[in-house]
Design a protein around this ligand. Structure first.
Ligand code: NAD
Ligand code: UGA
Length: 451
């Protein structure tokens, strides 16, 4: 029989909110805290600060059931939790190293209000050795407050994908738990009983392995993408088709079909930052991770390559109106962090193009990002964004872009250039007939190669 747990979540972002809502849904008592009190006020009223499919439904029902509450009081979240998840950001510093400032601020706050034994669970993505450092830091802070309270720090990295986050919560590929003692191990087994009973794989390791599994997984996936992106350039040059290459390679079960989609480079809040964090961490330990270094470099090259392709084909680009479809770093999210689309727009504006942009969920965040920029117009409708445009650039592979009315698109556009950076129309002969079509690593009508 499962006894509901008192769970605190620190950080109501893309990860913290999913954890809070997910653990509430499986009948725990969850209290979620964020330093941003405006965000908390909205959440208390049921307004989400992010877009994630099905999150609203689960938020509404768990607020109603009172399994989930939000607070801007650090005292409330600490005092009312047996398990305390830390899910705050761990962004890159300017030099690419990991910034753990938010995490240590949380630990400082926890020490201040710590009232009894707790399990502190580090969900944020961190460098190997961080749990040990966090444990020492918390011990010191508690001593400063004259408190003699026991605790355990556990590593429990997060593997959710934005856009699939609720599914990933309930159907995880694996749960990784890094601990250094039996008490914490048993407590974590109890916390994850719902998943263990359903036979989802749970792997217990030491702290450092758990921390490194997270960074290595992201670095490996990023490498897979960079590999196919690099291949797409040679594919394009020799008249091969990168989509077929991905398919052909992926049919080998040892390789697997996933993460072999060529595109304008990987983006998001994690691959770019985590590959760099791992690379610089290894460097500080006198190890050069050459494969990770190449994956990072290839990604930077791929996005520049995508931009140069557009700029060269549209030359002279000054004063030309271009449509960009998709602003988010991937479909089904509103997240524009490190989005290739945003980078491409910045470069096109720098080259003096005028941008008309449309996205299903990315406009509010992109609007704030480009505030004050005169050469970008955000359109409420995909067809609005195509009016009088000289080129359309598909920057994000939202499913909905596949169902555009091509006749209307052709009628609205001034010129019929189509840059399909996600190859969503690669197997659509009609599109290739109607438009001056540029794919990435796929055969196009235009034989010029842009390197
Ligand atoms: P986010 O920026 O969406 O959310 C972080 C939240 O923490 C913000 O709301 C911020 O206000 C809050 N915060 C900052 N300092 C705080 C403090 N001292 N106390 C309480 N709240 C504080 O970040 P995210 O995307 O949810 O990522 C969080 C962590 O999870 C990162 O380490 C990230 O690498 C990792 N991760 C993210 C994803 C993802 O898909 N976004 C997936 C796996 C792992
Ligand atoms: C990624 C991982 O997939 C998650 O397991 C992990 O938890 C998360 O990072 C994290 O640590 O934050 P996410 O960033 O949501 O998840 O998105 P992905 O689906 O992995 O895509 C990342 C980027 O790679 C996107 O820009 C996407 O367009 C690009 N991508 C992905 C490709 O260009 N080709 C592919 O084949 C797959």
């Amino acid at each position: 029989m499962y006894k509901p747990k008192k769970i605190g979540v620190m950080g109501a972002g893309y990860v913290g909110l999913i954890k809070a809502v997910g653990f509430a849904e499986i009948k725990n008592k969850v209290i979620c805290y964020d330093i941003d009190s405006i965000k908390i006020e909205k959440l208390k009223k049921g307004f989400l600060p992010i877009y994630e499919e099905n999150l609203q439904l689960l938020l509404d029902s768990n607020l109603k059931e009172k399994n989930l509450i939000f607070t801007d009081s650090i005292k409330d979240v600490v005092e009312n939790s047996e398990y305390l998840f830390i899910a705050v950001g761990t962004p890159s510093n300017e030099d690419g190293t990991a910034n753990l400032e938010y995490l240590f601020n949380c630990l400082k706050d926890i020490a201040r209000y710590m009232n009894n034994y707790k399990i502190i669970i580090i969900k944020s993505t961190v460098l190997p050795g961080t749990c040990k450092k966090a444990s020492d830091y918390l011990k010191n802070q508690l001593e400063l407050y004259g408190k003699n309270i026991d605790f355990d720090v556990v590593s429990n990295p997060e593997f959710l994908r934005e856009g699939n986050a609720i599914y990933d919560f309930f159907y995880p590929d694996r749960i990784i738990i890094g601990t250094d003692n039996e008490r914490a191990r048993l407590a974590m087994k109890d916390l994850y009983k719902f998943f263990i009973d359903k036979d989802f794989p749970v792997l217990f390791t030491n702290h450092e392995s758990s921390e490194l599994i997270k960074l290595s997984s992201n670095a490996f996936l990023a490498t897979k993408i960079s590999f196919i992106n690099e291949l797409s350039r040679i594919s394009e040059k020799v008249g091969a088709n990168i989509k077929d290459i991905s398919k052909g390679m992926g049919l080998d079960k040892r390789i697997g079909e996933k993460f072999l989609e060529a595109g304008p480079g990987y983006g998001g809040s994690c691959f770019p930052k985590d590959t760099k964090a791992l690379y610089y961490f290894a460097k500080e330990n006198n190890i050069t991770l050459k494969i990770v270094e190449s994956a990072i470099k290839t990604n930077e090259d791929q996005i520049k390559y995508s931009v140069s392709k557009i700029i060269k084909a549209m030359s002279p680009i000054e004063g030309k109106t271009l449509t960009v479809l998709g602003l988010t770093f991937k479909p089904n999210t509103d997240d524009i962090r490190e989005s290739p689309s945003i980078y491409i727009i910045k470069e096109l504006i720098a080259a003096k193009a005028i941008i008309q942009a449309y996205c299903f969920k990315g406009i509010p965040k992109a609007r704030s990002f480009f505030v004050g920029e005169k050469n970008i117009k955000f359109c409420e409708d995909v067809y609005d964004s195509l009016k009088d445009s000289e080129a359309c650039i598909i920057a994000t592979d939202w499913q909905q872009f596949k169902n555009i009315d091509f006749d209307m698109m052709q009628q609205l556009m001034k010129e019929n250039n189509l840059f399909d950076l996600r190859n969503i129309y690669y197997d659509n002969p009609r599109v290739k007939e109607m438009f001056n079509y540029f794919g990435l690593g796929v055969k196009t009508k235009v034989s010029e190669v842009f390197i």
